[in-house]
Design a protein around this ligand. Structure first.
Ligand SMILES: [Zn+2]
Length: 438
């Protein structure tokens, strides 16, 4: 078995790695992952008002199908609005759409590096497929993938994911796409032809949060919402961090919690409690403050050093380290950050690997990564449909008039996804909105 597998290897070649059979590589990963993998404990609590919050919790997902060693975990929260159809659709299809956007033959490092891009493709495909079903309703998504100590979070809308590292620092891993909180997004929507304003009462007084018209949605990004403009895009903010092997705790909640509790008080009120008890405590606390005015959902995920299975042992040392030591600064969407150089010296520091929140699809699908094979030339970079040579349209087409785009400049989109892309950029409506306004 060891010597077979395609041949072509000249004996005595120094390039041993290139010739290594997959089974050996996997065994090697098994050995290193035995050391690297945290124990993951999670808990979920929900108090329902409208029944539009949905969760997806799955541990032991297989990165290599059929191989139970190379696994990752997914924790996702969907907060629906105008009905629950979009939330349920995203819950059922999003993970698969993301995984389909990653080639099968990559190693673990390439898989992790390709995730941000696959998350963008998966979110856009899910949105496009759902809209093709001509169903109204929309949903926020906070999608967390944990592989070893690396945590990748993709988010649209206003549910939030916060990390507390072992030494007690808080990190915001999701974006806030509430129009009230995000000036950059208001400018993007206005530039794409949308109107942003508050509700007007008969007397001319303006009330409530900033909303986008038509539709009146107070979020700038979501999955679904075909009755709002296409400038409400499904392109997620993506952040990828690596925890030290001291671990940490993630709290993922819908706005029902965050409208009542600060990040710090959510951690403080649940500190030292096991994940399931902690989730219940946070929801109880939020309802105590504001009453049950909205769906209120909380997922708590503990990443623990394998030997410290008792959360109290790992987490109580944080007591007394109150206050925000630091949070990642909110970066402009214009400047994605790639932190590939690892030169941290703090033993418990959380390492920031990647962050990009741009709404420009061409930027998000184009990545300068050492993953040359991450896009296959003849597959649509969003929906993965196979295209004939010459059929694909470069994702850079029309993106800047000054730069010349050669027809073979990848990544490429199929015709449908190119139409979707231009609609998201406000260039033309992808469908007739007037029929929706009856
Ligand atoms: Zn496509």
């Amino acid at each position: 078995m060891s010597s077979s597998g395609g041949g072509g290897g000249s004996s005595g070649s120094p390039c041993v790695d290139r010739m290594m059979p997959l089974s050996v590589l996997l065994k090697r990963e098994l050995t290193s992952e035995k050391i690297e993998k945290p124990d993951i404990l999670h808990g979920l609590a929900n108090k329902s008002k409208k029944g539009e919050d949905f969760t997806f919790l799955k541990t032991e997902c297989q990165r290599v199908p059929g191989n139970g060693v190379t696994t990752f975990s997914v924790f996702a929260l969907f907060d629906g609005h105008n009905g629950s159809t979009a939330a349920i659709y995203a819950k059922e299809n999003l993970l698969n759409n993301i995984l389909c956007a990653i080639p099968a033959d990559v190693n673990r490092d390439e898989w992790l590096a390709g995730l941000p891009r696959a998350l963008v493709a998966g979110f856009v495909k899910t949105d496009k497929d759902f809209q093709n079903k001509a169903k109204t309703s929309g949903t926020t998504v906070t999608f967390v993938i944990i592989d070893g100590w690396t945590v990748t979070v993709a988010s649209v809308g206003d549910s939030r994911c916060i990390l507390e590292s072992a030494e007690g620092s808080l990190y915001l891993l999701s974006a806030d796409h509430r129009l009230d909180e995000n000036k950059e997004e208001v400018e993007r929507i206005t530039a794409s032809g949308g109107e942003v304003g508050r509700l007007n009462l008969a007397g001319g007084a303006e009330i409530g949060p900033l909303r986008c018209w038509p539709g009146g949605l107070c979020l700038s990004r979501s999955i679904g919402d075909m009755d709002v403009g296409e400038f409400i895009v499904p392109i997620p903010h993506v952040k990828q961090v690596k925890l030290s092997n001291a671990g940490g705790r993630l709290i993922i909640c819908s706005d029902g919690v965050w409208d009542a509790l600060s990040f710090q008080s959510a951690f403080d009120c649940s500190r030292g409690l096991p994940a399931d008890v902690a989730a219940n405590k946070i929801v109880k606390e939020a309802v105590l403050v504001k009453g049950l005015r909205d769906d209120t959902t909380c997922i708590v995920v503990d990443l623990l050093p394998p030997e410290k299975i008792s959360p109290s042992a790992a987490l109580t040392k944080k007591q007394g380290m109150k206050g925000l030591k630091h949070m990642f600064r909110k970066k402009s969407y214009e400047s994605p950050s790639h932190h590939l150089v690892r030169n941290y010296f703090e033993p418990y520091a959380v390492e920031e690997l990647f962050e990009d929140g741009s709404a420009v699809l061409a930027q998000r699908l184009h990545m300068v990564y050492p993953v040359c094979n991450i896009f296959k030339l003849l597959l649509c970079a969003v929906c993965q449909v196979e295209m004939k040579p010459g059929e694909g349209i470069s994702v850079h087409a029309c993106s800047s008039k000054s730069a010349k785009v050669r027809p073979w400049d990848g990544p490429l989109l199929c015709r449908d996804c190119q139409i979707k892309k231009e609609a998201m950029e406000g260039k033309k409506p992808s469908r007739d909105l007037s029929r929706m306004r009856v």
